[in-house]
Write a protein that binds this ligand. Structure first.
Ligand SMILES: CC(C)[C@H](C(=O)O)[C@@H](O)C(=O)O
Ligand code: SF4
Length: 759
């Protein structure tokens, strides 16, 4: 039987194919940013562990940076007003200096959202494995790479070992055939898919997007699809490389050139799924079915066509009571009525930006709608380019003028209002048409309401003041224009800055990191480990929601901490407190009720616990509250992995009766016992409720309190041998980041900045 593209990349990157218990994937490139890294560097330092390969690591800042005008910018320390955000950014700057890692800071035009910057620079190459501690890393899969994400423990693991523990996932094929209708954007394809498969539909899978529709998409449109594969629960998403990919990559700073280019393309051309490959799941979509879409609720799969109506919970009461309850809750939060028309939803704000839709083609498409029109009086609209280079390119094309004349605010690069972590936030009750990827409660600000849309739909909403069908605008212009044609601008998105060959250095000048930074014997064994898990007896706190996302577990603003403790107070903040400022408790919330204040077990009857962002802070906050174990029918993959690395046992129990029993014991205020060595859950009388599965490696680490890095460093010789082979086969993957030049040398520095690093 043949192999899928994912199978091939996975196999090619297995450091030790014989190690089935703890498979290690070699990481060809590692992108880091300010939010989840401080704790990782801190542990490295404590354990005297070096960064194994600085030549494969690149840093930028995005989540915390303010997006207001930088004309008076001197340095991050004086520009960022909010103390916690400032600490996180300046700490990253210290860490990259100490460990000698290349960095695009705020005074470098190449700075921007990590998933815009990576592809823009050509960091992500077909057939490679890339890692970033951010859940939207799948974006990079658009070039035909395996793009993996994880939490802080995984980041530390990659920094220390240049590998990540990664089991083999399943293969999910999404095939889209035919021509997209006018006004239909790749964002609509992915929203349409989410509406079909739900937020857990691809859990435990890697999605490959294929079919004629996908082949006809530009690279940036493909990135939108891969970016949001995480919203369908997938571990990653990818598209097989083709001429569109090669055309996009050629000439970018980190892409092989000269004779290496030909060798690389010859290899990349072999990267596709075999005709007889095995697919665990397959879904076929007719492009003609897809129309411009919006989300109406608080989950990314709450999708309706712009011609549709808001769902009515009454229709689900009997068939799916969980869904009916979720719809009721979402309607209340979103302040919408069942059956109302999508186009009747009035909006207050528009946000065009984020790692989903802030690239040059997105801005061109939105500008086309905005051109010659005015933002509605009741609306505040902002455009936030994904990187300084996207901004520069847009300004070259005059898009900034189109936007500002229409009344949009034109801002500097960053994650901005995608998550409430920097000054760009929604106020309570405000409703936003947003080109982002998550519409969870409170995602863009406490009490804020988010509707996910494509850039053209966002622009249409801005100028009308309500959700609008962008096809009406097309008719006014030229009924037959397809939105993909709208994006074709002058320079075809070549916004990656000048490339200058640095003739002063050659590959042989570089010290080989793998030799210079090999861990000492002491560093291999020095770690403190994780809390040991044996048997836990406690009253289980009963939850009955599905899709409990990590934004709900711990809101974005607490990700600014640089330590792992202290997060328990704000666990479930938005539903736990009636007044989040004074921490006045909501007496209805389960953890505010006496028997559960000290619970060590959380039992949830709803599916997909821990979906959304990869923030390990979600696990830290549960642990800080006192939880040692979470039981649910299913977990999102990243949350599940993060749990084990922090001594939190996540147990999937899909026997509905057993789950009900544990839940009922919790409600009755009776203890249950979770016995890891024997893999059983018992009631307070010692009677068996259920057995459970746990993989042998995780069990071993939890019982013995072992951390992954110590285990992995024991395989140091194997990593070294693999690395040597990788270097021989794909020499262009090494040393390229070191050859990047400082912004000043390339003329990409911010005038007046005092923090330009000279390299
Ligand atoms: C901060 C980061 C860990 C997080 C993620 O993993 O996605 C963020 O980017 C988000 O979108 O919520
Ligand atoms: S989803 Fe939003 S917050 Fe997360 S990386 Fe993308 S832009 Fe940043």
């Amino acid at each position: 039987m043949g192999l899928t593209l994912y199978d091939k990349i996975y196999q090619q990157h297995l450091v030790d194919p014989d190690n089935k218990a703890a498979p290690l994937q070699y990481i060809d490139a590692h992108l880091i940013f300010e939010v989840p890294t401080a704790q990782a560097f801190d542990s490295l330092r404590k354990n005297s562990r070096p960064v194994r390969r600085t030549d494969l690591t690149l840093a930028t800042v995005d989540h915390n940076v303010p997006t207001n005008n930088r004309s008076k910018y001197k340095n991050a320390a004086s520009f960022i007003k909010e103390p916690a955000a400032r600490t996180q950014v300046t700490l990253l700057e210290k860490n990259i200096t100490q460990y000698n890692i290349k960095y695009f800071g705020m005074s470098d035009l190449r700075q921007g959202i990590v998933h815009v910057v990576g592809p823009e620079q050509g960091l992500t190459l077909p057939g490679s494995v890339i890692f970033c501690g951010d859940s939207h890393t799948p974006t990079h899969g658009a070039v035909g790479a395996l793009a993996l994400s994880g939490g802080t423990s995984d980041i530390e693991h990659v920094l220390a070992t240049q590998t990540v523990l990664q089991k083999k996932y399943k293969n999910f094929r999404v095939c889209v055939e035919g021509e997209l209708g006018a006004g239909v954007y790749s964002k609509d394809i992915i929203l349409h898919l989410l509406g079909k498969i739900g937020t857990a539909g691809a859990t435990g899978c890697i999605i490959e997007f294929c079919g004629s529709t996908i082949r006809n998409l530009s690279m940036e449109a493909r990135m939108v699809l891969c970016n949001m594969s995480i919203e369908g629960g997938a571990r990653s998403g990818l598209v097989a490389p083709d001429d569109v990919t090669f055309e996009y990559l050629k000439g970018r700073p980190l892409v092989p050139s000269g004779s290496d280019w030909g060798k690389a393309v010859a290899y990349w051309e072999t990267l596709h799924s075999d005709d007889d490959a095995h697919w665990d799941f397959n879904i076929e979509i007719d492009a003609a079915e897809i129309v411009p879409s919006i989300t109406w609720g608080t989950s990314p799969d709450d999708v309706i066509p712009i011609t549709g109506r808001i769902p009515d919970p009454v229709n689900y009461e009997e068939t799916n009571p969980f869904k009916a309850a979720a719809i009721r809750r979402a309607l209340k939060y979103m302040d919408l009525k069942p059956n109302m028309l999508a186009v009747d939803i009035k909006i207050d704000r528009v946000f065009i930006g984020s790692c989903t839709n802030s690239r040059i083609e997105d801005l061109r498409a939105a500008a086309r709608v905005a051109k010659g029109r005015k933002v509605a009086k009741s609306v505040y609209a902002m455009v936030v380019p994904g990187s300084g280079l996207v901004k520069q390119q847009a300004e070259k094309e005059g898009l900034d003028v189109i936007f500002t004349e229409a009344g949009f605010d034109w801002r500097e690069a960053g994650c901005s209002m995608c998550l409430a972590m920097n000054p760009d936030v929604l106020s309570a009750g405000e409703r936003c048409a947003s080109t982002t990827n998550r519409n969870f409660e409170g995602r863009q600000g406490v009490g804020g309401r988010t509707h996910l849309v494509s850039p053209v739909m966002a622009a249409a909403a801005a100028v009308t003041g309500h959700m609008a069908d962008v096809r009406e605008f097309l008719k006014a212009e030229n009924g037959s224009i397809n939105v993909t044609q709208w994006t074709l601008g002058g320079e075809q998105g070549r916004s990656y800055g000048p490339v200058k060959e640095d003739t002063s250095v050659s590959a042989s000048d570089f010290v080989d990191d793998a030799i210079a930074n090999r861990p000492t014997e002491e560093a291999k064994t020095s770690a403190d480990g994780i809390p040991k898990f044996d048997v836990v007896s406690s009253v289980a706190a009963p939850f009955d929601m599905q899709n409990i996302n990590t934004d709900l577990i711990i809101p974005g603003e607490y990700l600014k901490t640089v330590i792992r403790t202290g997060l328990g107070t704000n666990l479930f903040r938005d539903i736990r407190y009636d007044d989040i400022k004074t921490h006045k408790e909501n007496p209805e919330f389960i953890l505010n009720q006496p028997p559960y204040r000290k619970s060590q077990i959380l039992v949830c009857t709803g599916e997909n616990f821990g979906c959304g962002s990869s923030r390990e802070h979600a696990v830290w906050s549960l642990v800080d509250f006192g939880f040692k174990c979470v039981i649910a029918p299913s977990f999102a993959s990243i949350f599940f992995n993060n749990s084990g690395k922090n001594g939190l046992l996540a147990i999937p129990v899909n026997d509905a009766e057993a789950l009900k029993k544990i839940h009922a014991e919790g409600i009755a205020n009776r203890e249950v016992q979770v016995d890891l060595p024997n893999q059983v859950i018992k009631d307070s009388e010692g009677r068996l409720i259920t057995k459970f599965n746990v993989d042998a490696y995780t069990k071993h680490c939890l019982i013995n309190g072992l951390d992954d890095i110590t285990n992995t460093l024991a395989s140091e010789e194997k990593i070294y041998a693999f690395e040597t082979g990788q270097k021989t086969a794909f020499p262009w993957l090494f040393n390229r980041i070191r050859k990047l030049q400082s912004p000043r040398r390339l003329g990409l520095d911010l005038a007046g900045a005092t923090d330009i690093l000279d390299w």
